[in-house]
Design a protein. Structure first.
Length: 113
């Protein structure tokens, strides 16, 4: 069983403004409907993401707890959460459950528009 992912991961994100592109906006609304709470920031992974589909970044607050998450959106099915940070470090969803990632970095590369 994997207890910690040793390889570093990097994701560069660009934040959306108030108006989001249609498909990414749909994905973000779907994520928020799934997790609840209030949306603080949303963006798209523009560096370090997959070759097919896209990763959507969501920062939200619920019950006073801030969470960051990265969701894979293939454009066909509901987005699925792949990475999460509940304030105690990033974790990746594996078959066995959530596994901590050593040295994961998420960098804000600015905004679209």
């Amino acid at each position: 069983m994997i207890t910690e992912i040793q390889s570093a991961k990097y994701f560069g994100i660009k934040l959306f403004g108030e108006k989001m592109p249609f498909s990414q906006g749909f994905a973000v609304r779907s994520v928020m409907a799934t997790i609840g709470g209030k949306l603080l920031q949303a963006g798209q992974v523009v560096a370090g993401g997959p070759d097919n589909g896209c990763y959507v970044y969501v920062k939200s607050v619920k019950g006073g707890r801030v969470a960051e998450s990265i969701w894979f959106d293939d454009g066909f099915e509901t987005a699925s959460c792949k990475f999460i940070n509940l304030g105690d470090g990033w974790q990746e969803k594996m078959e066995a459950g959530w596994v901590p990632i050593k040295d994961m970095a998420v960098e804000n590369l600015g905004s679209f528009g």
